[in-house]
Design a protein around this ligand. Structure first.
Ligand code: NAD
Ligand code: UGA
Length: 464
């Protein structure tokens, strides 16, 4: 079996950074180079202040402190990284296409293709190329075709090794994964490549949790896993709307069904809607793939998960408007949280962005407090939608660095992210600062409703 001594990872993002840091930590004999075209990102990974790494993940800075410049390196020299490596992970972004065929649904594979072309151009000896990015089923075929048509005699084995970590728990997920999935060809050299990658993970992951499959099953399993996870959230969110009409309590319903071991308790937390860079993108991609094979019913089935999620975000904004005497014009709404979930600074596809956008349509004034998200990120998220001008956004949306500042003279507080600290605030002080009636819209069902009502708040939940 080929022993891996040098790994290169192209893409120093939310997946490449933490995954390679853990691989380096658990394999001190392997040199791991993470390379990226984004020089600012690489500089931040190399910066002295570990509190300013480009990605916030609990436990990550400690691992970076232990491995950086020992066997973990960050660089913009992509060609050198490729040249030195026996194994190359491709961990670049695969966003939804915003142009041309498949616009709004298909995955944009231009970054993947650029990586493949650069690998093909630079490689002088045989390499194992690992798809770490989430990719449409059969992408390995295209990669193979690009890599094998260079005419320089270099042999490539292509593996699919999708990542299942969730943001906010990336380090814990990487240290103790439910499973590691490795797909590859069932040829002799394909098996050798699968075994080589298995041994990298084998340094810390028990053997029975490392699953080898064919490459297509591996690619499709990643899209399927995300579709199933998101589908659970849309399913419980659909029930939340029914709960609100019938005096059933969605948290009680979730508990009751989750105790059935066939259903399971996880991923049944009703919310303002799921966000994050992947669920929507991957389901849209699945829908596109199903359509491209003529499987319209399959496509329609999964598309409904997205339609329901959009409905949930809209429903939450509509409730804020309805309960504010049908107008939020000029009213101050304090947003607690902007990140798409707690314990991350990532805001991609966060429900907060869309709820804010709907409220801006109604000319609300929004004051945002999030413990980890920067002011410029919040403006950039809203400007990206292109529905309101930059001037309007900057005049109507204020970002503050304290929750108590956010609620001064506010008509309502809306909880958009489930940060733990929101629960422990001095809610009496918040009540005093707000205009009355003081409304709280708990989009995550995390606050203590009885206690808040005792203080005088009117509390609105999801699914209650
Ligand atoms: P990201 O945007 O945080 O990072 C991708 C990085 O790749 C960027 O820093 C970008 O500059 C770099 N890049 C793009 N093209 C490049 C090129 N040609 N050469 C060098 N660098 C290049 O993305 P991410 O969140 O890390 O996601 C990466 C992939 O992993 C996606 O396919 C995503 O679906 C998948 N994934 C993400 C998560 C998650 O939690 N974020 C989890 C599992 C899987
Ligand atoms: C998700 C998957 O959980 C990972 O396994 C996968 O690797 C990753 O996508 C990916 O492919 O990118 P992530 O998006 O980081 O991870 O975070 P999740 O914990 O899945 O949360 C996604 C969204 O769903 C968040 O907005 C969260 O608040 C929401 N959510 C989650 C709910 O509303 N209810 C729940 O019960 C769980």
């Amino acid at each position: 079996m080929k022993e891996i001594k040098n790994i290169c990872c192209i893409g120093a993002g939310y997946v490449g950074g933490p995954t390679m840091a853990v691989i380096a930590l658990k394999n001190p004999q392997i040199k791991v180079n993470i390379v990226d075209i984004n020089a600012d990102r690489i500089a931040a990974w190399n910066g002295d202040d570990l509190d300013k790494l480009p990605i916030y993940e609990p436990g990550l800075k400690e691992i970076v402190a232990e491995t950086r410049n020992k066997n973990l390196f960050f660089s913009t020299d992509i060609s050198k990284g490729i040249d030195d490596a026996d194994m190359i992970f491709i961990s670049v972004n695969t966003p939804t296409k915003t142009y041309g065929k498949g616009k709004g649904q298909a995955a944009d594979l231009k970054y993947i293709e650029l990586c493949a072309r650069q690998i093909a151009e630079v490689a002088k000896d045989d390499k194992i190329v690992v798809e770490k990015s989430t990719l449409p089923v059969r992408t390995a075929e295209a990669l193979k075709s690009i890599l094998e048509n260079t005419g320089n005699g270099v042999k490539f084995e292509i593996l699919s090794n999708p990542e299942f970590l969730a943001e906010g728990t990336a380090v814990e997920d990487l240290l103790a994964p439910d499973r590691v999935l490795i797909g590859g060809d069932n040829t002799v050299t394909g098996q050798e490549a699968k075994d080589a990658l298995t041994s990298v993970y084998g340094s810390w992951v028990p053997k029975d949790r490392i699953l080898q499959t064919n490459v297509w099953s591996s690619e499709l399993s990643k899209l399927t896993a995300n579709a199933f996870l998101a589908q659970r959230i849309s399913s419980i969110n659909a029930m939340s709307a029914l709960c609100e009409e019938t005096e059933a309590d969605v948290d009680e319903v979730a508990k009751a069904i989750g105790m059935d071991t066939r259903i399971g308790a996880k991923f049944l937390k009703s919310s303002v809607g799921f966000g994050g860079s992947c669920f929507q993108k991957d389901i849209l991609n699945l829908v596109y793939i199903a359509k491209s094979y003529g499987l319209q019913e399959v496509a329609d089935y999964w598309e409904q998960v997205i339609i329901l999620n959009d409905y949930q975000k809209r429903r939450f904004a509509d409730k804020i408007i309805r309960e504010s005497y049908n107008t939020v014009n000029g009213k101050r709404i304090a947003f607690f949280g902007w990140a798409f979930k707690k314990d991350t600074n990532d805001t991609r596809e966060s429900a907060a962005i869309y709820v804010a956008d709907y409220l801006l349509d109604e000319q609300a004034d929004i004051v945002v407090y999030d413990p980890k998200v920067s002011t410029e990120q919040i403006y950039a998220d809203l400007e990206y939608l292109n529905t309101h001008s930059a001037e309007e956004i900057r005049s109507r949306v204020k970002v503050v660095s304290s929750p108590y500042e956010a609620v001064e003279k506010a008509h309502a507080v809306a909880v958009l992210t489930e940060w733990d600290e929101f629960v422990t605030y001095d809610w009496e002080k918040i009540y005093d600062e707000m205009l009355k009636p003081a409304n709280v819209f708990d989009g995550r069902n995390i606050l203590k409703k009885d206690q808040l009502e005792g203080l005088g708040f009117k509390v609105f939940n999801i699914g209650k």
